[in-house]
Design a binder for this molecule. Structure first.
Ligand SMILES: [Fe+2]
Ligand SMILES: [Fe+2]
Length: 194
């Protein structure tokens, strides 16, 4: 390779590193622990919906689900698992049955996120698998949006209470992150019910 060619090659590598074409990195969500490949950290975890402050480069991140639970934390984690299993089942039902194309997509996205939340509690509770949910839903999209609003409101109230009741920093962190995520879900139904 001649001198000019070698300078050109070096320059194109520099452009790749600093701007022109961004290098992808491996990110990890501190709440659900799942990894994500992208040139920038996602604004919300694509798996559990946690906000940007919980997403860091995977190599800098230690995520633990090995928590010693107090009796109160265990009872709250068990209830949280039931809430998430039930909400995921409701959303997957609505994704099939609701009579609105955008609604089907919204409920599918919400179902996947609530299933990921159930998986967080499965790991905290050290269960072999997530229990199967079984819920009914509506064909009218507005009724599904109203039920979504009720379910998210109940989840937020419970997670706020559970966060306050916990003395464990990891359990508190998960409940607090879930309050933010379920509040985002509340806004999605509110916007559509206006
Ligand atoms: Fe959830
Ligand atoms: Fe939610």
């Amino acid at each position: 390779m001649g001198f000019a060619q070698s300078v050109n090659r070096k320059r194109s590598e520099e452009i790749k590193d600093f701007g022109g074409e961004e290098m992808v990195k491996l990110w990890r969500c501190e709440i659900c622990g799942d990894p994500y490949i992208g040139s920038a950290p996602p604004q919300n975890c694509p798996f559990c919906g946690a906000h940007l402050p919980y997403i860091k480069e995977a190599k800098q991140m230690v995520v633990s689900f090995d928590v010693t639970l107090s009796d109160k934390d265990r009872a709250n984690a068990e209830h949280a698992l039931q809430v998430e299993v039930s909400n995921a089942a409701f959303y997957f039902c609505a994704a099939e049955k609701t009579n609105n194309d955008e609604g089907k997509l919204l409920f599918k996205a919400l179902g996947k996120i609530e299933a990921e939340h159930a998986a967080i509690w499965r790991k905290i509770l050290k269960l072999a698998k997530v229990p199967t949910g079984n819920e009914t839903c509506h064909t009218e999209n507005v009724q599904n949006l109203n039920e979504s609003h009720e379910r998210e409101t109940r989840a937020i109230a419970f997670y706020n209470k559970a966060a306050l009741e916990s003395d464990n920093s990891r359990v508190k962190q998960i409940f607090e992150a879930l309050v933010e995520i379920e509040t985002d879900h509340l806004h999605l139904s509110e916007e559509r019910l206006k």
